[in-house]
Write a protein that binds this ligand. Structure first.
Ligand code: PEP
Length: 249
């Protein structure tokens, strides 16, 4: 049985004042709910971990560098992320692939660094609207999966987030059948590469315009083990119903 995971990606949103949303979320989420994770901007990692100690909410970063230390102005290492008390790191989000030219090889190197620091890597993959229209979705997903995921992935150190780029922040979502098709495909690729036990243990999240009113339907898919949520994770009032829908699924 894979434990369900509701992960919130705050992107470049939130200052210290936003920590009150975390406290409110922690008030509503219990250990009986789906595993819940918030990935705030890097300056909030320490205070968020501090505020949430002893609650059911985990904290993660949105990126890390592949190297442990050095002359990389503006970057943070996986060890630094772990030092804050964070336990997860999002890697290869389409905004990083697109705006920071991150390649599959970069993402794989970062995943190795994350594992070395004891973090669980949430590795993002997903097709563009153009890929979808040209019927290249599964080819793109297969390529990203093969290139971004190092050997030695396990159910403990890795989560895959399928995020169609055209669905991120747009209010558009794939049909349930399209989500099922891609998630089943990813599962088959994982079991093919890592064996049945490991392939079955790695959790698969759907991401892209998940909201309180569409979450329950998305969570009916067998290989959707949770969600990576952007905009709707910023407010406890929006994220809590998504977590509750996942907990009931
Ligand atoms: C994301 O940024 O990973 C995301 C899925 O954003 P949104 O939920 O806002 O579409």
């Amino acid at each position: 049985m894979r434990r369900k995971l509701a992960a919130g990606n705050w992107k470049m949103n939130g200052t210290a004042a936003a920590l009150s949303e975390l406290v409110e979320l922690a008030r509503q989420v219990t250990p009986a709910d789906a595993e819940t994770l918030i990935c705030p901007p890097a300056p909030l990692l320490y205070p968020a971990c501090d505020k949430l100690r002893g609650t059911a909410i985990a904290i993660g970063a949105q990126d890390c560098h592949a190297q442990p230390a050095g002359a990389f102005t503006g970057d943070i290492s996986a060890g630094m992320v772990a030092d804050t008390g964070a336990t997860y790191v999002i890697l290869g989000h389409s905004e990083r692939r697109d705006l920071h030219a991150e390649t599959d090889a970069d993402v794989a190197a970062k995943a190795g660094a994350a594992w070395g620091a004891g973090l669980t890597a949430i590795i993002c993959i997903g097709e563009s609207g153009e890929d979808r229209t040209a019927d290249r979705t599964l080819d793109v997903i297969a390529g990203q999966l093969a290139g971004s995921l190092p050997d030695h992935a396990t159910g403990e150190n890795t989560v895959i987030a399928y995020e169609p780029i055209w669905a991120i922040g747009t209010g558009k979502t794939p049909t349930l059948d399209q989500i099922i098709e891609v998630h089943d495909f990813i599962r088959a690729r994982l079991t093919g590469r890592f064996g049945q036990q490991t392939g079955d243990a790695i959790r698969l999240l759907y991401g892209g315009s998940v909201k309180p009113d569409n979450a329950a339907e998305i969570f009916t898919a067998e290989n959707v083990d949770g969600a990576l949520v952007g905009g709707a994770s910023l407010k406890a009032a929006d994220f809590a119903p998504i977590i509750k829908a996942l907990s009931r699924a």
